[in-house]
Design a protein around this ligand. Structure first.
Ligand code: COI
Length: 356
């Protein structure tokens, strides 16, 4: 009603009455979109540079029906998280890495992109503007979703004449409904996620729509998600729909090498460094699907999933189970080291966290 809108507006204009924490149930956050207070928007013309952005109330945006993103998928996204530390301060995890990855993707998609400084500055402002939506320490994180899209109109196939960089956020908990319990994957034998020379190595929005069909079929059969094989040999592991994959055998950790068809995950890269610093041998190479048969542990990494242990993998009707479907020793150790760092529970010797 008008009176309640007026009442909310009065409250919103009085900073002292805005509570420190949004009034939601913080105990059961999954990975769904919870609308928050603000989003950040910055625009630029083709051939130009991004200059200044604006923070505005979160809400729908207006796009030309002939925009590049709607018609030809000229769009990229990123994902990173802000954590509330036990002392109340806020930590971002490696935001420059997301900025650099967006720049790489923008180059591939013929789009201008914000500089690393602009990107990190915009993330910082958006997180601070929405700080009451950052979950209490230990209850989850604020997922930050930067988008870069061809927002200008173009009917012929060509780069759009205008671009929009937008950031929205949402409080999140665990990605998979299993929580931290091991997930059950199925190897996909019909569809592929990416092919050499394609866009599998950048965070193009279309990469994600393309996996929905296989994912939906797998979920209908009770699996958590799909593990993709390479499109050429149909034999080497690539990644899961929303995360990278690691295999552990005799304490050696292996993961598919980045060769253009796999998304270069920031969590992937961080786990490789963390594992090496803990004395593990880590190999980035071709990993054959046959290696899943006698692996000791398998786990997935991603910003959204963090580290997700894999309890079973089914390939051509044959099911292999790991660790009696519990979390493996190596996966557990790496999970603890990484999340302690991200949540500010251990000393950040690597300078990966940015304190707001
Ligand atoms: C992320 O992990 O941040 C991603 O971008 C994957 C997405 C499908 C949730």
């Amino acid at each position: 009603t008008t009176s309640s809108i007026r009442c909310e507006a009065t409250q919103a204009s009085n900073a002292r009455v805005i509570p420190e924490l949004a009034d939601i149930n913080w105990d059961n956050l999954g990975f769904g979109h919870v609308p928050t207070d603000y989003m950040y928007i910055m625009k630029c013309a083709q051939g130009g540079n991004f200059t200044t952005g604006v923070m505005q109330p979160f809400g729908n945006i207006e796009l030309s029906p002939s925009s590049g993103v709607l018609n030809y998928g000229q769009g990229l996204f990123e994902g990173l998280k802000a954590y509330r530390k036990a002392d109340g301060s806020i930590l971002l995890f490696r935001p420059e890495e997301n900025a650099l990855r967006m720049r790489m993707g923008a180059e591939r998609m013929c789009m201008p992109s914000p500089s690393v400084e602009q990107f990190v500055d915009a993330i910082t402002k958006t997180v601070l503007a929405n700080r009451r939506w950052i979950p209490p320490h230990g209850k989850g994180s604020l997922y930050v979703r930067p988008l870069l899209m061809g927002s200008g109109p173009a009917l012929g196939l060509q780069p759009a004449p205008e671009y929009t960089f937008l950031i929205f956020v949402s409080p999140v908990g665990n990605y998979f409904k299993e929580g931290l319990a091991p997930i059950n994957l199925v190897v996909e034998n019909e569809f592929h996620r990416a092919a050499p020379g394609g866009t599998g190595g950048v965070k193009v929005i279309g990469n994600y729509a393309a996996v929905l069909k296989a994912q939906q079929a797998a979920k209908a059969k009770g699996y958590s998600d799909v593990l993709y094989l390479d499109a050429v040999h149909k034999r080497y592991l690539e990644e899961v729909s929303s995360c990278n994959v690691f295999v552990v055998k005799d304490n050696i950790i292996s993961t598919p090498a980045i060769r253009g068809t796999i998304l270069p995950g920031i969590t992937r890269k961080s786990i490789i460094d963390v594992a090496r610093s803990e004395g593990y041998q880590v190999e980035e190479r071709l990993v054959s699907v046959d290696e899943l048969l006698d692996a000791d542990e398998v786990f997935c990494t991603g910003t959204a999933v963090v580290i997700s242990p894999v309890g079973s993998i089914t390939h051509l009707g044959k099911r292999v189970e790991y660790q009696n479907r519990g979390i493996g020793v190596v996966s557990q150790k790496l999970y603890s080291t990484l999340t302690n760092l991200q949540m500010g529970l251990s000393e950040d010797k690597l300078g990966w966290t940015m304190r707001l």
